[in-house]
Design a protein around this ligand. Sequence first.
Ligand SMILES: [Zn+2]
Length: 85
Amino acid sequence: MPRPALRSRSLRRVKIRTPGGLSVVHYERRKHSLPKCALCKRPLRGIGKLLPREERKGVRMPTRPYGGYLCHKCLENALKRAIRG
Ligand SMILES: [Zn+2]
């Protein structure tokens, strides 16, 4: 029985054959799809928070309102619509 932290189904099980000929199970994080804009469904830029740790350095989520949820174009249109009423 693996230790409690590894029993989670949020971890993917991968069967690996070791150089010594043993068959062992490795536990990996599941891959997620790219974050997309909620309106136009295009991939979002600046997705640092959601990248694996090694690829995350120096990359940040946009700090504007709806950053990481709407793309800049959709936010611009939404704000214009809100002002016009
Ligand atoms: Zn958009």
